[in-house]
Design a protein around this ligand. Structure first.
Ligand SMILES: Cc1cc2nc3c(=O)[nH]c(=O)nc-3n(C[C@H](O)[C@H](O)[C@H](O)COP(=O)(O)OP(=O)(O)OC[C@H]3O[C@@H](n4cnc5c(N)ncnc54)[C@H](O)[C@@H]3O)c2cc1C
Length: 384
């Protein structure tokens, strides 16, 4: 049966689009294609409660692995517990939810060799559809200059209760190396703990075994032992400069790019779940053809890119204005700000007043260095 919508890639962005589409257009036939053999075991997607609308909290409930009330951060000069709730989905649960949803056909082992606005090619097979959406994951673009957030996460089944009660969003009391370094902890059960070692670095190279050794050392210092149950890794882009107009002009007449591929992620954290939920709503509300969905997502993305100018400035201050070993100071200072502002930062909804509060007062980096970060155009010129 010919599908109405083809979702190229069955990752986070297209997963959320499929969920939104089945609700908005229950009669639509949705075909999801992914090259992987099945759902990845190497992905947990986390978010802060205020990142998502009530509708998305409801929609994603079946895919949630764990929810927590509150979260901690720790820096060399202060520590803080925040009240904001936090939650994690995992890719296996999301894939099960998609497979059970009416109207969605999810095909694994489906390597897409070509795609355009009218359909996809899988080797010798051609499948056409009125709407084709490209969510095949991150791709570099000359219209986006980035730094990197690199991490390795080891999920440990501890031999005794680990005692961590809430997510530790950042433990930056660890030795600083390869840029801003912190450890992130998610306690999935009293004896199950994800320990993730993250670095905000200039280069994309990730030495997984060396980072894994640093995690083992951190665990030893905390008195945790046990066996490794699962591992995840990532090198996420952090947006320093973006020319969204040029990006979307180049993609015109093709399928609709979404997710990391379309630069639709938080410029400072590299996380994409909250934006992916908003884009899914945009696609679900758009007309049923590729050009209509393209125009709707493009308008959203241009407005988002404009709104995110300030966040990209913060990324530049972090990467270009602060020496790698001093980057933690910028984040530490940020975490002294009021909690509602921190929530709006993660959700990508900073107000004008929030921006002023982040910038004014004792500057986190010398004024001269901050001034040199103001313009994004020079970073893009280097790439053309
Ligand atoms: C380990 C890890 C943890 C992360 N944790 C978080 C988090 O907690 N919160 C958050 O908001 N963000 C998180 N991120 C960042 C970001 O949200 C994710 O990278 C997210 O998965 C991006 O969604 P996406 O749909 O753009 O790409 P993906 O989820 O990567 O999906 C792309 C899909 O396309 C498929 N594909 C690629 N090429 C082809 C092809 N030729 N044919 C067929 N299929 C193809 C891939 O197999 C993949 O399944 C994390 C990233 C990583 C790597």
């Amino acid at each position: 049966m010919k599908p109405d919508v083809i979702l190229a890639g069955a990752g986070l962005a297209n997963g959320l689009i499929a969920l939104a589409l089945t609700e908005a257009r229950p009669d639509a036939r949705i075909l999801m294609l992914d090259r992987a053999a099945g759902p990845s075991q190497t992905h947990t997607w986390s978010f802060h409660d205020p990142d998502l609308s009530a509708a998305w909290h409801r929609r994603l409930a079946p895919a949630i692995r764990c929810r927590w009330q509150g979260q901690d951060v720790r820096f060399p000069d202060h520590a803080r517990t925040l009240r904001t709730g936090y939650a994690s989905l995992d890719s296996a649960r999301l894939a099960r939810q998609l497979a059970d949803a009416p109207g969605i056909c999810l095909r694994w082992n489906a390597e897409i060799t070509g795609l355009d606005a009218q359909g996809v090619t899988l080797g010798a097979e051609r499948i056409g559809a009125a709407c084709v959406i490209d969510g095949r994951g991150a791709a570099s673009s000359r219209h986006l200059a980035t730094g990197y957030q690199k991490f390795v996460g080891i999920e440990l089944e501890t031999s005794a209760p680990h005692g961590v009660m809430r997510p530790m969003i950042m433990d930056a009391t660890v030795p600083q190396m390869d840029g801003y370094r912190f450890v992130y902890l998610l306690p999935f059960s009293p004896t199950r703990l994800l320990i993730e070692d993250t670095r905000y670095s200039d280069g994309a190279c990730l030495n997984e075994e060396a980072v894994a050794r640093d995690i083992t050392q951190y665990a030893r210092q905390k008195g945790w032992s046990g066996h490794e149950a699962r591992r995840e890794r990532g090198v996420l882009p952090i947006a320093l400069a973006h020319d969204a107009e040029a990006f979307w002009a180049e993609s015109r007449d093709g399928p609709v790019p979404v997710g990391m591929r379309a630069g639709l992620f938080h410029p400072v954290t590299g996380y994409s779940l909250p934006i992916a939920a908003q884009v899914a709503d945009v696609v679900a509300a758009a007309g049923p053809t590729t050009p209509e969905a393209f125009e709707a997502v493009r308008s959203y993305a241009l407005a988002r890119a404009d709104e995110d100018r300030f966040l990209r400035l913060l990324s530049r201050m972090l990467f270009r204005g602060a020496a790698p070993a001093e980057r933690y100071r910028v984040i530490s200072r940020f975490y002294r700000l009021p909690e509602p502002l921190i929530e709006r930062f993660y959700a990508g909804r900073l107000t004008r007043m929030d921006r002023m509060r982040i910038i004014i007062g004792k500057p986190p980096i010398p004024v001269r260095d901050a001034l040199s970060c103001l313009r994004e155009a020079p970073l893009l010129k280097d790439r053309s």
